[in-house]
Design a protein around this ligand. Structure first.
Ligand SMILES: Cc1cc2nc3c(=O)[nH]c(=O)nc-3n(C[C@H](O)[C@H](O)[C@H](O)COP(=O)(O)OP(=O)(O)OC[C@H]3O[C@@H](n4cnc5c(N)ncnc54)[C@H](O)[C@@H]3O)c2cc1C
Ligand code: FES
Ligand code: FES
Length: 1351
């Protein structure tokens, strides 16, 4: 073609973990993550060696989760300095790395060489559970420490902004890095040169009398390591790089579809731009292009080596920043500049800095360039509105010469006359100094405080005539409203010449609302909220300026009133601090031997492997010979007949081997749910067929080419619709206690209400993954799968292939998070891969991309509840009638059990003498919802607590008093007549009231609220009765197999699966106790259906304890077998006994079994023992909300949990904290949206927000109740897996408390209902005021909304 550049590709040279990599055929479309994980990296010095660096994980592919974080080091020839920064390798084209050095987690440290202190601390401080996010966490901190040897805590927290963890709740991660901040600190052993973490028992006493687990503090060995690391700076930058830098030639890389050119200078860049004006510049490649992160332009220019585009200089007018400068660099420059320049000149800089603190995560900030940010002009990009009101100037260049244009609203709107020309590039940006009479403010509100795109942002500026408040110039720009940043230009023009007073404010609001319109069906929804933010921000700006005027001219302009002052400023997150107290010493028998690890906070068995990236998840398994990749074709219709499937074009795609449909299933195509849709689809995302190909890309390309013709059928999507159409999955479930009619008659008052609770995505960091390897003989097949339920996988695969289960071998080693989401669904993915493997005779790997995983699988059930509650004026609830509905989706899955559990558990901690509960599971055309941590209880509990709040509100009594009045006391019967003792519920309650200093803090909150009109605080204390386990005995059965080898080493296996919950760690502790040998003798290899058959799912909080019984059983059998030998040689060593036993032909292998807890709920008699035992807990949370924006901050949480005797307090506390934070996500953040056609719209971390590090309470205290025993479970322990989740509702109710305070002050009714999740939008809209009043309201049903409510 006409391209004038050479057709020959240059060699791409970069460094990976200190070694040189040369790519002769670098493809510009290749992204580093996939390159590292999949490609053979040929190191010159190890030419024959193949490397697969699978420590770097895929979590989302869109830069949102941080699992793929690596460190990039480049040489800055101007500063003659090496710069290190973190980067999301999923967005990083390899061609951008020429001459750079990449460090992956493998390069930081490994068990084969030396573990790095960062890795060691994270593992030892219990900072990893499933471990899938862990390498990314390590890399983020490593990159920080490489450039800041003693970072501040703020820097540490902000370095982790872009890393998501779904398991831990972040507290232990923060703790493990606390010691890197400045001076080392130690726990209570400070000064003794020792720390609890170095002591055998890992604990030290606290002033509170219990044992405080010292996490994340300084431990001496590591610190010495760290010092060493500081002085040697591991992995020094390859010197070759510097030589490379001198190279002044154009670099060209030709790919299959794209050519990449890196010009050495501006002149060459401009020549290329003149010749190929359509060519795209790429710097950070972070411009969000949903689901298409691969660059598809035929020509890409990479202007990274152009000095003019890297300038940072201050001139008389302001700062000149090169367009290729990264946003992190811009931030650092502004931070350096601001203190050096008179304050009045820095107002634009400060506004930019404010946005840069919350913009994306550190990885994106380190990659994204200023020029890219400006040119890509995303509607919600945060800097553009400020650059525009600040009258920034773009310095452009082309072959025709240089020119300057204003970065103004017209540029941002893309108006041709104001835009850059195709042959031009931005060389640099002038950000001007502000002046004395300037006022500039920045605003943004996002769904989550950090690492989330703004919902609405704004830049506002007013210039006054000197010394007055007469407006000379005014500009207001908003992002997040239209497809680009929009300006309220006309409104501003009208206000010029006016005085800055209340009248101006109301007129400005009116004008802006007229000028900036947002359609009811606008993308992204939240329409009324977004409209409200327009004026809320304006109000805040108005006050900020008034305040500024007062500070400048205190005699001319009055000080703001207290009320006004409370509207200023945004909620700032502080540095989170944790405290964990548990009572080991009083529980552990004083005579417990130091060898016996039970009851001690032993590190996760895989902790170090998580931190070094050595833990092998499914997609990390090396490719096997002949392996194929699989991609699925999913339904785009919620309900339709399939008329035809045409795969002919797909089969033409190079590399595509076959297309697999329901017809290829030799046996059963699923069970209650089909693996492949046959002639009908019943939800969007249902799998119709699968394409197998030599590579993932080819499989995906093939899948895109399959043509499906549908015939539409009417879908049912919402609970409301399914009630209308009588569409249910199962019969009504009902429980009755007492006589509710009588109860209502005797009640002083009756209230009725409703509650809607949204669903929740599991968002396990590892997406569903399966690798199926057919064996050469007997039709056997190995299935490596990320599941919680191996038996189900085995059964479904066998029945699909028409084989006996004895031919299917399932293997599970590490599952990267599950939370209930990997109970039923992985079996279908396994069937699909197995059918494809069976058809092609080749191994098949099927790893879902994040968006597909979220599209195909369901999540927690959305809930709708109606209540009628009768109560006495003193707050006693006499009668309640509950109707509960869940949206089950298109198949039964677990919905029947979930609705049963809702009905059985809805009473929570309250004794309602006359109660009727009816439950319905609705059948709709949505992806089938499934198990999720808590299994219905989180919905039921919130519903019950909402009734308590309603009663408290109506009676005017304090909420905690109404709770106390109605809580179970003494020995009780539940509604289904199960006996239990509420003693520990009360112990937790009293302890939590005490530990949280509830009453005094409540008074302080009330005091604060009296003084603060626009920011409110709230506090709530919530009790919990959680029933652990299942309502049928056979769900609790478990098996184990323990071998002792002749050398005395022990191999333990059991039916439970490691999902991050530390099951194997506890199992090793148990085997260690029972066999009385040190942990170091015992190994766990994998869970497999070949060693322990018929395992039930690892779920329901009991996975660990039931398998523990089986392991205990096997160990006790073995111990007994050794009796005669031991008695003969009582002083002998373990190894001696074993070799003697072997000589005497004593079997050294035993299976153990646990038949299960007796549970036998009978739905006909409504009686029976429904659950093995109860667990109690109480949480108290305090929050602050911003009534103007809905922003919220979690100030403090205290949890008291009745954990009884914890086998491993570190693991149990990890479960409590992780579940709690997941609950905070459920109740306050996570929102799933469906289109009116039933298609899920929230398909990645960009649109679906799980809690990040900014969401954890600043003070987070967990106490395990002392001196408590459970006669049911092993060693008197209790299952901690799920219960903590519901306690997240304490944050919900604290927010509600804050909203109520705002409403009370505004004279609004207090009997309002807040649906869950209580997001920024709902908080803002509930704090109704003049601003919410003034926005245009749409009549419901006037136009099609972007999304619908399915609950
Ligand atoms: C996960 C994630 C989170 C994010 N969060 C936020 C956020 O919270 N707030 C926010 O504001 N933004 C956010 N962003 C967006 C981010 O700010 C922009 O994507 C980024 O600034 C673009 O810079 P880049 O260097 O990556 O651009 P690239 O993707 O490399 O380029 C973008 C475009 O700019 C053009 N271009 C680049 N440089 C020049 C130049 N010098 N002259 C002419 N044209 C040029 C290119 O041709 C291309 O079309 C987020 C992005 C991601 C991926
Ligand atoms: S995989 Fe790269 S950020 Fe999620
Ligand atoms: S440990 Fe962080 S995602 Fe599992």
């Amino acid at each position: 073609n006409s391209m004038a550049y050479p057709l020959q590709s240059d060699e791409l040279v970069f460094f990976v973990n200190g070694r040189k990599v040369t790519e002769r055929q670098a493809d510009p479309e290749e992204l580093l993550l996939f390159y590292l994980r999949k490609r053979r990296i040929l190191f010159l010095s190890f030419a024959s060696e193949l490397f697969r660096l699978s420590g770097t994980k895929y979590g989302c592919g869109v830069g949102g989760c941080g699992a793929c974080t690596v460190m990039i080091s480049t040489y800055d020839p101007v500063a003659k300095q090496i710069r290190h920064h973190p980067a999301n390798s999923c967005l990083l084209p390899i061609c951008s790395l020429h001459g750079a050095a990449v460090t992956t987690v493998e390069g930081v440290g490994s068990t084969k060489t030396r573990i790095h202190p960062i890795q060691e601390r994270l593992a030892k401080c219990h900072g990893s559970q499933c471990g899938f996010c862990t390498p990314g966490m390590v890399m983020s901190i490593y990159a920080l420490l490489r450039s800041h040897l003693e970072p501040s805590m703020e820097q540490i927290i902000s370095a982790l902004d872009g890393n998501l963890c779904r398991c831990t709740g972040y507290r232990p991660i923060i703790d493990s890095y606390t010691s890197f901040a400045g001076e080392p600190k130690c726990c209570q052993l400070r000064g003794t040169e020792k720390c609890c973490l170095d002591q055998e028992e890992h604990m030290c006493s606290s002033s509170t009398g219990g044992q405080v687990r010292c996490f994340g503090m300084f431990f001496i060995i590591s610190y010495l390591h760290y010092k060493l690391f500081k002085s040697t700076k591991s992995l020094s930058f390859p010197p070759q790089r510097m030589a490379q830098e001198q190279q002044r030639t154009t670099l060209i890389f030709h790919g299959k579809r794209t050519t990449w050119i890196s010009p050495p200078g501006l002149k060459e860049l401009l020549e290329l731009k003149a010749k190929y004006p359509k060519a795209s510049l790429v710097l950070g490649n972070t411009r969000l292009n949903k689901n298409v992160n691969v660059v598809h332009h035929p020509l890409i220019l990479h202007p990274v080596r152009i000095p003019e585009m890297h300038v940072v200089s201050s001139t008389n007018n302001g700062l000149v920043i090169g367009a290729a400068c990264r946003l992190a660099q811009l931030r650092d420059t502004l931070m350096e500049t601001i203190p050096k320049v008179p304050e009045e000149k820095t107002k634009i800089f400060q506004a930019l800095l404010q946005q840069l603190r919350t913009l994306a995560g550190e990885q994106i900030r380190s990659m994204a360039s200023l020029g890219g940010h400006i040119v890509s002009r995303g509607s919600t990009w945060d800097l553009n509105p400020i650059l525009s009101v600040g009258k920034s100037v773009l310095n452009l260049a082309s072959e025709d010469g240089k020119r300057q244009i204003l970065l103004n609203d017209q540029f941002l709107a893309g108006c041709e006359h104001a835009d850059i020309k195709p042959n031009e590039v931005i060389v640099s940006v002038l950000i001007p100094y502000s002046k004395k009479d300037d006022f500039i403010s920045a605003f943004r509100q996002a769904e989550r405080r950090k690492n989330a795109l703004s919902i609405v942002n704004s830049g506002m500026r007013v210039i006054f005539s000197p010394g007055t408040d007469t407006i000379v110039d005014l500009s207001i720009l908003y992002g997040g409203i239209g497809s680009t940043t929009v300006s309220a230009r006309k409104s501003c023009e009208k206000l010029i010449g006016r005085q800055w007073n209340d009248q101006l404010l109301s007129e400005a609001c009116k004008l802006v609302l007229e000028e900036i319109s947002l359609s009811t069906s606008a993308l992204g929804g939240k329409v009324e909220y977004r409209r409200t933010l327009l004026v809320s921000f304006l109000f805040r700006f108005y006050l900020e300026v008034l305040n500024g005027l007062h500070w400048m001219y205190p005699f001319r302009y009055a000080e703001l009133s207290e009320e006004q002052k409370s509207a200023l400023g945004v909620l700032q997150s502080g540095v989170p601090r944790g405290l964990q107290v548990y009572q080991v010493r009083c529980d552990v028998d004083p005579g417990q031997s130091s060898q016996d690890p039970v009851g001690r906070p032993i590190m996760h068995q895989s902790g170090i492997k998580h931190a070094t990236g050595e833990a092998v998840y499914i997609d990390d398994i090396r490719p096997v010979d002949g392996e194929l990749s699989l991609a699925v074709v999913t339904s785009i219709k919620a309900h339709a007949n399939i008329i035809s499937i045409d795969a002919s074009e797909a089969l033409q795609v190079p590399g595509v081997v076959d297309v697999v449909t329901a017809r290829d299933v030799p046996g059963e195509n699923g069970n209650d749910e089909q693996a492949f849709a046959e002639d009908k689809v019943i939800c969007v995302g249902q799998i119709i067929c699968a394409v197998v190909a030599e590579s993932v890309t080819q499989a995906k390309q093939g899948a895109e080419k399959v043509k499906i013709v549908y015939e539409d059928l009417e879908p049912i999507l919402t609970i409301e619709d399914s009630i209308k159409h009588n569409s249910y999955i199962t019969e009504e479930r009902k429980i009755e206690k007492g006589d509710i009619e009588k109860g209502f008659k005797s009640a002083d008052e009756i209230i009725e209400g409703e509650l809607h609770i949204g669903g929740q995505e599991h968002f396990y960091l590892e997406t569903n993954s399966v690798l199926v390897i057919p064996r050469m003989e007997d039709k056997e097949m190995d299935v490596y799968v990320s599941t919680q339920h191996a038996t189900d996988v085995q059964e479904l695969v066998a029945s699909a292939l028409n084989l006996q289960s004895n031919k299917i071998m399932c293997h599970m080693k590490h599952v990267g998070g599950a939370f209930g989401g990997k109970i039923t669904k992985p079996s279908f993915f396994a069937v699909i891969a197995a059918v494809a493997a069976n058809k092609t005779g080749r191994p098949v790997r099927f790893v879902l991309e994040r968006n597909m995983d979220m599209l195909i699988t369901g999540g927690r059930h959305p809930f709708f509840g109606k209540y009628k509650v009768g109560f006495m004026n003193d707050g006693r609830i006499i009668a309640a009638d509950f109707q509960c509905y869940i949206n089950g989706g298109c198949t039964k899955d677990e919905s029947e059990l979930v609705i049963e559990y809702i009905v059985l558990k809805v009473d929570n901690a309250y004794n309602i003498p006359n109660l009727r509960v009816r439950g319905h599971a609705c059948k709709t055309n949505l992806p089938s919802n499934t198990a999720f941590r808590g299994f219905g209880f989180p919905q039921a509990g919130l519903f019950e607590e909402t009734c308590i709040v309603a009663v408290a509100t109506r009676t005017g009594l304090p909420h905690e008093k109404v709770r106390e009045l109605n809580m179970y006391k003494g020995i009780n019967l539940t509604a289904f007549k199960e006996e239990f003792d509420a003693e520990n519920l009360w112990k937790c309650w009293e302890e939590c009231l005490d530990k949280s200093e509830y009453y005094s803090r409540k008074a302080t909150v009330e005091e604060f609220n009296k003084k603060s009109y626009w920011k409110k605080k709230g506090i709530a204390i919530i009790p919990m009765k959680f029933s652990v386990g299942f309502n049928a005995t056979y769900y609790h059965q478990a098996g184990a197999l323990v071998h002792i080898y002749i050398d005395g080493s022990v191999l333990v296996t059991h039916g439970g699966i490691e999902l991050g919950q530390g099951i194997h760690t506890k199992m090793l502790q148990i085997a260690s106790r029972e066999l009385k040998i040190p942990l170091s003798y015992i190994h766990f290899c994998e869970t497999s259906t070949t060693t322990v058959p018929n395992g039930k799912y690892t779920a329901g909080s009991v996975g660990t304890e039931i398998n523990a019984r089986a392991v205990q059983d096997a160990c006790q059998i073995l111990w007994k077998r050794l009796d005669p030998i031991r008695s003969k040689n009582p002083n002998g060593k373990w190894k001696d006994w074993i070799s003697e036993a072997h000589k005497q032909s004593i079997s050294l292998s035993a299976t153990g079994y646990f038949k299960g807890y007796v549970t036998n709920m009978n739905w006909d008699t409504k009686k029976g023992h429904a659950f093995p035992y109860f667990l109690f807990g109480v949480a108290c949370s305090e929050v602050e909300i911003d009534c103007l924006t809905g922003d919220h901050k979690n100030i403090r949480t205290d949890i008291v949990m009745d954990a009884c005797f914890s086998i491993n307090p570190a693991i149990d506390i990890g479960q409590i904290e992780g579940a709690f934070i997941q609950g905070v996500g459920l109740y306050t953040l996570e929102e799933i949206y469906f289109s009116p056609e039933g298609e899920q719209l929230t398909l990645g971390p960009d649109t679906y927000k799980i809690p990040a590090i900014c969401d954890i309470p600043e003070k987070f205290h967990v106490y395990l109740l002392p001196n408590s025993r459970n006669s049911v479970a092993i060693y008197s322990s209790k299952g901690m897996g799920e219960a903590g989740l519901f306690l997240g509702s304490s944050v919900f109710f604290a927010m509600r408390d804050a909203v109520a305070a705002a409403r009370e002050e505004r004279g609004l009714p207090l009997d309002f209902t807040l649906n869950s999740p209580l997001t920024v939008e709902r908080i803002r809209m509930a704090c109704a005021d003049d601003f919410t009043e003034m926005i245009p309201k749409d009549k419901p049903g006037t136009s099609k909304p972007w999304a619908i409510d399915i609950h």
